[in-house]
Design a protein around this ligand. Sequence first.
Ligand code: HEC
Ligand code: HEC
Length: 291
Amino acid sequence: MSDRRIDPVTGTETTGHVWDGIEELNNPLPRWWLWTFYATIVFALVYVLLYPAWPLVNSATGGVLGWSQRGDVAEEIAQVEAAQAPLWTALEETPLTEISAAPDLQGFAVNAGAALFRTNCSQCHGSGAAGAVGYPNLLDDEWLWGGSIEEIAYTIRHGIRNEEDPDARFSQMPGFGEILGREEIATLVSHVQALPDGVDPLSGPGGEIFANNCASCHGDDAKGDRSMGAPNLTDAIWLYGNSDARLVKTISEGPYGVMPPWGARLGEPEVRALATYVHGLGGGEETAAGE
Ligand code: HEC
Ligand code: HEC
């Protein structure tokens, strides 16, 4: 540019840019700044060469090192899985009743079972397994279908009253709304409410109706029958509640609790981990009833 000149005060060349009579001096950039700037350019070029950088349609350019964060995570997961593989195999091969004799295996099964429980079971049975109306508490020693580790595993593997698994546990209480009159049901409700207080299940007017309609499943002693999933009615533990209204509904309509099967969904070792976890929650029994 033609109007560059040497500034008389500083002795520096001007750029020729003038604003309002103020001229810009063409001072050189500081050395350190300039070299840092070149260094960042070199760094960027090297980085683009070595690491994933330019976004493409589905991924990014790979970089000559072939590194990726995703690959790192996959490798770590593979390592953990490889470390756990023998334990899962042992879990599948050890008879259920012998797992407790191998503390390492049991510890692994309980931890894995707890994690599986949180993901798959807690929405129905509660995060602490304490259950809710219609969903049994798995912490107590009241069992509908049995509390030995083998019975628990069977229940988890095949589920209850579902149509997905032909081996599901199955027994159905009929609704008595059409079979019994309202008066009879009201009499039964008071009778059933009094059972936990020690009333003889077969005595009195309620006892007669009970003997004729209910004892076949719940037993003459009203203590239930696990082969049918019929609950003990004398223990003050109510799956569906014991208010008048609840009991009228339960007896008139017949309860129909459904539990999904998990064997096909999760796999046998996972079922065993869950059974070990549930069995260890407090209500687990040593042997199957009748053994
Ligand atoms: C969709 C809800 C639902 C889910 C999810 C569910 N359950 Fe259940 N479970 C039930 C119901 C309902 C019953 C009671 C069925 C009955 O009344 O006979 C039950 C019963 C059981 C029993 C038998 C209890 C007894 O007293 O004999 C066990 C054990 C059990 N569940 C474990 C599990 C485990 C372990 C999981 C997770 C893998 C799970 N459940 C997931 C609904 C569920
Ligand atoms: C065919 C067998 C069968 C007969 C007969 C039967 N029950 Fe049941 N009962 C069951 C089963 C199985 C359950 C559990 C169902 C479930 O959890 O879904 C049950 C559950 C109940 C419950 C719920 C208990 C709770 O903890 O909330 C009550 C109450 C009950 N029965 C009362 C009766 C009365 C009263 C009669 C007679 C009028 C009767 N049952 C007849 C099988 C039977």
